[in-house]
Design a protein around this ligand. Structure first.
Ligand SMILES: O=C(O)c1ccccc1NCC(=O)[C@H](O)[C@H](O)COP(=O)(O)O
Length: 267
């Protein structure tokens, strides 16, 4: 039976093919050339030297939770997160399932100096061009979505475009594959993409099987300073936080609390 991830990937491939067929490549390439990628991994490493490196996610809705934030202004959120100490941003650009868009990425990226991840389901090289043209500094590659051959192709294209890569895994086998393919930033997503259930124990457990010096990012379901402390103790240096911030009336205050105190923002 197809999983939600299968459904999202199939839809993404359709949408990408439509955009490719009508794209103005000259303009896209000019816009991509005009954006010099800001080092995403380097920014996380710098932040992690003095505390948890938090990637604040700008996410309006999700398949598991529906609408998360109605009052949604990507540039304002981006500026607030930067001022509150985010090391980097993650901006959802999938329209069908997350109510995101490339315009959200463009607006957020232009508003800040910290680097931005295009958080989407990357299935085609064309999306790397779109990403950089919209101000992305990094893209996401989900190991579960690809063969090693496709992952290598997408990895090489991202590198050719000067984009860093957050490589996402969900189990030990995927972690091994990510390491074999030489990714230097590996995210462990505790959300099971079939059931949407978050399994925090997976994040701590997988850390013990890491064999390279890749920087590790804990993803999904993070809502308290205690969560971050627990994952830091397991070896994680960076933390992707979305819903717990986006649900707050003041997301920046919630981020500052998460960075600076024992305060729990909750989900
Ligand atoms: O969030 C979902 O419902 C979801 C469903 C299917 C695929 C991916 C999904 N989320 C993407 C993410 O990885 C999260 O947005 C990210 O890890 C932040 O998680 P959270 O802090 O729990 O919002």
């Amino acid at each position: 039976m197809p999983t939600k991830l299968d459904e999202i990937l199939a839809n993404t491939a359709l949408q990408v093919n439509t955009r490719k067929a009508t794209a103005d490549y000259t303009t896209l390439e000019q816009k991509a050339a005009a954006h010099t990628p800001r080092g995403f991994v380097a920014a996380l490493r710098t932040a992690a030297a003095s505390g948890p490196a938090i990637i604040s996610e700008i996410k309006k809705a999700s398949p598991s939770k529906g609408l998360i934030r109605a009052d949604f202004h990507p540039a304002t959120l981006a500026r607030m997160f930067e001022a509150a100490g985010a090391a980097a941003l993650s901006v959802l650009t999938d329209e069908s399932f997350f109510q995101g868009s490339l315009e959200h990425l463009e607006a957020a990226s232009a508003a800040v100096r910290i680097p931005c991840l295009r958080k989407d389901f990357m299935v085609d090289r064309f999306q790397m061009l779109e990403a950089r043209a919209s101000g992305a500094d990094a893209i996401l590659l989900i190991v579960a979505a690809h063969t090693d051959e496709t992952l290598s192709d997408l990895r090489d294209e991202a590198r050719r475009m000067g984009l860093d890569i957050l490589c996402e895994v969900h189990d030990r086998e995927e972690l091994n594959r990510a390491e074999q393919l030489g990714f230097n930033l590996i995210g462990v997503n505790s959300r099971d993409l079939r059931t949407f259930t978050v399994h925090p124990e997976l994040v701590t457990e997988l850390a013990q099987w890491k064999t390279t010096n890749a920087m590790m990012v804990a993803e999904s379901g993070i809502g308290t300073a205690a969560d971050i402390a627990k994952y830091r103790a397991a070896g994680y240096e960076a933390f992707l936080v979305g819903e717990a911030l986006m649900r707050q009336p003041d997301p920046a205050a919630a981020l500052a609390m998460l960075l600076n105190s024992e305060y729990s923002v909750g989900i």
